[in-house]
Design a protein around this ligand. Structure first.
Ligand code: NDP
Length: 503
């Protein structure tokens, strides 16, 4: 892999189209910043509609090229396995690159990268297991069956919070099926996706199967979602952008897979081991600085233990070690973007204005080196209510609103009182109660006595404004293949052309 943190520092990175580094049509580049210092550290090609058009055309050609179209599914699986091995070989370098771009803890990015090869292996194993059905129809001498085929060019728009991990859940199955892709990574985190494209080439995939166009969402991203050569759009990001992308795709009657925002309820009943529940709630909202779509940002605590729970949560939140993401003992790094920091500050301000109280946090750390970076203290707001702005909108930062509830009916009403439906968590020893919650809550994933436990074998995705479509598990193989029905008449009979055969 030629792209590493050391090799790209201070350099310009081009697109990756048709297996080659390709300079942007406009000649323009955009800066990528280090969140720990706020200083730029490399530049990435600033793609526009012409670059997207070039990439989509190359991907279309690759999807028709016998070098990709005419290889067996077993060989496709073999290529995906080879890619898994290369990702494993470069896991540390890729993790460091992502940390440098988005400021998340090095050990978290390492954990993601170390798990990633398994995801590629998992989907590689499915390459030769995607099969159609034989359909028994009410006709003699007829064979009626279905085929699963690649759909063509898939456009993928990825966010900055976990760039490669969020890409893998759809890229791996797309490659296993035989699709081709054009990826537009977030303008803030271009490097690791470009590095991955190099690994795809090294693995032996034909040129043009995976293409990367970097640049802004409003230009390159927008062009990708409007391009008539794209057969499906995958988007992970905010609900507002998702709505716009779905409208663009609808113009071409192109389906989308949308993984959007969340405002997930995280519930604590009074029968729990408090330390376990406090750690669970902490992990749910402060891990990754709250910059995850599944953050458990609305915490509902049974009234009888509310004060005790808040006391423990605040005590633990105050002891969180904020620091450079590469340091072993750091628990909370900076936010990824200056704009993200401003958003967090704005919403904490809304919380106070709307009547909530800051129990801890609510400010940037002032000491030493931290003052220069985009850091923010873990923040607990009590006296929260669902109609407050900070409880309604996704903040994507280390902020949790806590409120008491009395009884399961009130809990379900409060938990579902949101336009989102991505995830939910519950801590209780009563399995009947936990199951009732799981059945009644509007969430694509429900965690019982755990939180943020993700697996690429599980179908993940949202309800309501959190999106649609699923990634993970075998389901995704169906989402990224198209179903064709084939009907064969082997009777040998010559039919009257104007008789309709009902049997
Ligand atoms: P966006 O939804 O704006 O961006 C996500 C991706 O979409 C990026 O690659 C972005 O490119 C691209 N994009 C932006 N506008 C368009 C467009 N019109 N057409 C096509 N692509 C576009 O999220 P932000 O990065 O601005 O973050 C804002 C908020 O989104 C966060 O505060 C958080 O609430 C939410 N979010 C949710 C994520 C999740 O995992 N569900 C992930 C990231 C963000 P570019 O980076 O160049 O703008």
């Amino acid at each position: 892999m030629t792209l590493t943190v050391a090799s790209i520092e201070g350099r310009r990175l081009d697109h990756f189209i048709g297996g080659r580094r390709t300079a942007p049509h406009s000649g323009q580049y955009l800066q990528s910043f280090d969140p720990t210092t706020g200083a730029p550290w490399y530049e990435a090609a600033d793609g526009d509609a012409a670059d997207i058009d070039a990439a989509v055309r190359v991907a279309q050609a690759a999807s028709m090229d016998p070098a990709w179209r005419r290889i067996t599914q077993t060989d496709r699986g073999r290529l995906v396995r080879r890619l898994a091995e290369l990702v494993a070989r470069e896991a540390d370098a890729l993790a460091l690159m992502e940390m440098r771009d988005n400021g998340k803890l090095l050990r978290e990015m390492q954990a993601q990268l170390k798990a990633m090869p398994d995801a590629y292996h998992y989907f590689a194993g499915m390459a030769d297991k995607l099969q159609g059905d034989t359909i028994p129809v009410n006709k003699l001498d007829m064979l009626n069956f279905t085929l699963r085929e690649p759909i063509g060019v898939v456009g993928m728009i990825t966010p900055w919070n976990s760039p490669l991990m969020l890409l893998t859940g759809t890229l791996a199955p797309c490659l296993a099926i035989g699709n081709t892709v054009v990826i537009k990574p977030s303008e803030h985190t271009s490097a690791s996706t470009l590095a991955l494209a190099e690994l795809v080439k090294e693995a032996g995939f034909p040129d043009g199967v995976v293409n990367v166009v970097t640049g802004h969402g409003r230009t390159a991203g927008e062009a990708l979602t409007r391009h008539p050569g794209v057969a499906k759009i995958v988007f992970t990001g905010s609900t507002a952008t998702g709505r716009r992308i779905a409208a663009n795709a609808a113009g071409n009657l192109v389906p989308c897979q949308m993984e959007l925002g969340g405002k997930s309820p995280h519930v604590v009943f009074d029968d729990v081991d408090l330390d376990r529940a406090v750690n669970g709630v902490m992990a749910g909202v402060f891990a990754a600085g709250g910059q995850t779509c599944i953050a458990g940002s609305r915490c509902f605590v049974e009234a009888g233990i509310y004060d005790t729970f808040v006391e423990r949560l605040v005590d633990r939140a105050r002891r969180v070690r904020i620091g450079h993401p590469a340091q072993e003992d750091t628990e909370l790094g900076p936010l990824a973007l200056a704009a993200q920091l401003e958003k967090v500050e704005t919403y904490v301000g809304y919380g106070v204005a709307d009547g909530a109280t800051i129990a801890t946090g609510g400010r940037r750390p002032q000491d030493g080196e931290l003052a220069a970076g985009w850091y923010y203290e873990p923040t607990v707001l009590v006296d929260a209510k669902n109609d407050m702005r900070f409880m309604r909108d996704e903040i994507f930062g280390p902020v949790v609103g806590v409120m008491p509830f009395r009884g399961e009916d009130e809990l379900i009403r409060l938990a579902n009182d949101t336009r989102y439906g991505l995830a939910a968590g519950i801590w209780t020893r009563d399995i009947d109660r936990a199951m009732r919650f799981a059945r009644n809550v509007d969430a694509g994933t429900v965690w019982i006595n755990t939180y943020r436990s993700a697996a690429f074998m599980s179908p993940s995705g949202g309800f309501k404004e959190s999106g649609y479509g699923r990634r993970g598990g075998f389901e995704v193989m169906r989402e990224f293949s198209r179903l064709k029905n084939v009907v064969v008449d082997y009777s040998g009979a010559t039919q009257d052309p104007f008789v309709i055969r009902l049997r």
